[in-house]
Design a protein around this ligand. Structure first.
Ligand code: NAP
Length: 499
């Protein structure tokens, strides 16, 4: 079973002990990053393993491998020697592991490590990309039989991530550490067990994560239920880009946990839909959510689609079948359930509605407004897209410039904001900065991170009733769960999901 390792990057041993205490229940071992310590503290590292009853990895990472050690190689080797030689007879008081880079070959150091029970992790770091022959490079790292080879590589896109999973296929039995750094590599940290990796590195979020793409131990252990992941765990995920503002992973993982389902839901920031589909096949994903900007781009990859997907022209839910992907759209009902709950009534008959945007989410919104007999105006940056979406429903349309904005006065019982403008991290964005709310509009913004976009805040300040997209998210996820798991969402959990 893959272990959770906490990287300790404090400036003092005392600070590191405090961090370890805070996370102890989530971690199996710790890595003392001596390169982060103040120079005086580095002289004391020998004592560290005896102060904690958890196996400790000693690492003194040089700058060229992404670390902080600025001294020369001589000074680094001396530091390692002092920590590993002159060790205790009781091996539990020594470093359990020492991380030595592949080009650091100092026989006396390795001998000292072996004599006093410190196992060598033989590592290499590729900060530029993923090696073409990653499997070969890992095999080549094995100097002697008891060393653990480690590869930390930097996927620049999802195709690189796929190459990591493929590389380890032939190495499954071999003890190793493999991880992809950065945002694309996040899934390799969650799925370390799937990679056959001996451990997954984490660090304390409060103190600034030690490496890009790393998770906090609590997040890895609790949100992603890392210790429950085994060969039988069913994988689900979400494809989108940049995928920095999604609440779907905590939602699904919480239900899996509460219902004791052996499944995990993983975020896959995807630079292209094509590479996500390939990775989904490699990992045998059972289902996936699809979000910005892929709800339309996913259509060519579907083997079959629901009637709603066909009518709307957008898909946000994939379910694996033996023949291929079955596509559904749960945004539609998620949206209209939420809107009717907000606006009151059984339908939208007699209501005049402005829809801002004409992307995947707007397609679901327009479909539902039409189904519920509302009349709408669609405004979009790219006017031709607004036209294409509006015409089949006989809705009005225009570009989102000042001319279009004037038309709103005839369609302002309800305004539904569906563009991605204002979503984290671009929270300054406002799709309609020149529009002055009368205070009587009902305003719904599909974005839920931040809780109130600049647009929604302006509406609320003018006295409008407002709702963000969180309620819709939950409602559409409940439908999505039923498609993924082929069973109704457990109603008893609903109150807990509204976080
Ligand atoms: P999408 O298909 O990529 O469409 C994006 C829309 O935003 C398009 O209308 C696009 O206009 C517009 N847009 C993007 N950048 C813009 C800019 N700088 N200025 C003006 N307009 C801009 O994305 P989507 O799937 O429809 O999602 C849109 C938003 O809805 C996202 O924030 C998403 O998180 C949210 N959403 C929430 C839920 C929920 O459950 N709450 C469900 C679905 C979606 P062009 O056509 O001119 O490019």
């Amino acid at each position: 079973m893959a272990k959770i390792c906490l990287c300790l990057t404090g400036k003092t041993l005392e600070a590191n002990l405090e961090t370890l205490e805070k996370y102890r229940k989530y971690v199996d071992l710790a890595e003392l990053r001596a390169d982060f310590l103040d120079p005086d503290e580095r002289l004391l590292i020998r004592r560290f393993p005896a102060l904690v009853d958890i196996p400790v990895i000693l690492t003194v990472r040089r700058a060229s491998d992404g670390g902080r050690f600025q001294g020369g190689e001589g000074a680094r080797i001396t530091l390692l020697c002092k920590a590993l030689a002159f060790a205790e007879v009781d091996r539990r008081k020594n470093f359990a592991y020492v991380d030595l880079e592949e080009d650091l070959n100092v026989p006396s150091l390795e001998e000292a490590a072996r004599t006093f029970g410190s196992r060598v992790i033989r590592s290499f770091h590729n900060l530029q990309g993923v090696d073409a022959d990653l499997a070969g490079r890992l095999r080549g790292l094995l100097h002697v039989g008891d060393e653990i080879p480690k590869a930390a590589v930097s996927p620049r896109n999802l195709a690189d991530v796929l190459s990591i999973y493929r590389a380890v296929r032939g190495l499954e039995k071999q003890e190793k550490i493999v991880l992809g750094m950065g945002a694309y590599g996040l899934n390799t940290r969650i799925l370390a067990e799937r990679l056959g990796s001996f451990l997954s590195y984490t660090s304390a979020r409060d103190e600034g994560l030690a490496a890009p793409g790393q998770l906090d131990p609590r997040e890895l252990a609790e949100t992603y239920r890392f210790r429950k992941i085994d060969a039988g765990t069913e994988l689900y995920g979400i494809a989108g880009f940049p995928l920095t503002a999604t609440s779907s992973p905590p939602f699904f993982n919480k239900v899996y946990s509460e219902e004791n389902i052996n499944a995990v839901y993983v975020p896959f920031p995807s630079d292209t839909m094509e590479s996500f589909m390939e990775l989904a096949g490699e990992l045998k994903l059972r289902g996936a959510s699809v979000t910005v900007p892929y709800k339309e781009k996913v259509l060519p990859y579907l083997h079959a689609e629901s009637e709603v997907v066909r009518a709307v022209g957008a898909c946000n839910t994939l379910v694996a079948t033996p023949e291929g992907w079955q596509g559904y759209n749960t945004d539609c009902r998620g949206f209209s359930d939420s809107l009717l709950d907000f606006a009151g009534g059984k339908d939208l008959k007699g209501r005049k509605i402005t829809i801002l945007g004409a992307g995947g989410a707007a397609r679901a919104v327009a479909f539902e407004v039409h189904r519920l007999r509302g009349k709408a105006l669609i405004l979009n940056r790219t006017a031709s897209r607004a036209k294409r979406l509006a015409e089949p429903y006989r809705f009005a349309w225009a570009g989102i410039d000042s001319g279009g904005a004037e038309l709103i006065s005839r369609y302002r019982d309800i305004i539904v904001q569906t563009t991605s403008l204002g979503m984290e991290p671009g929270t300054e964005g406002d799709p309609l900065p020149d529009y002055h709310f009368s205070g009587r509009e009902l305003v719904m913004d599909l974005i839920y991170k931040p809780e109130r976009t600049r647009f929604l805040k302006r509406a609320a300040d003018a006295g409008c009733a407002v709702r963000n997209g969180y309620d819709m998210l939950i409602r559409q996820a409940v439908y999505q769960y039923a498609f993924f798991m082929k069973t109704e969402f457990p109603a008893r959990l609903l109150p807990q999901m509204r976080i």
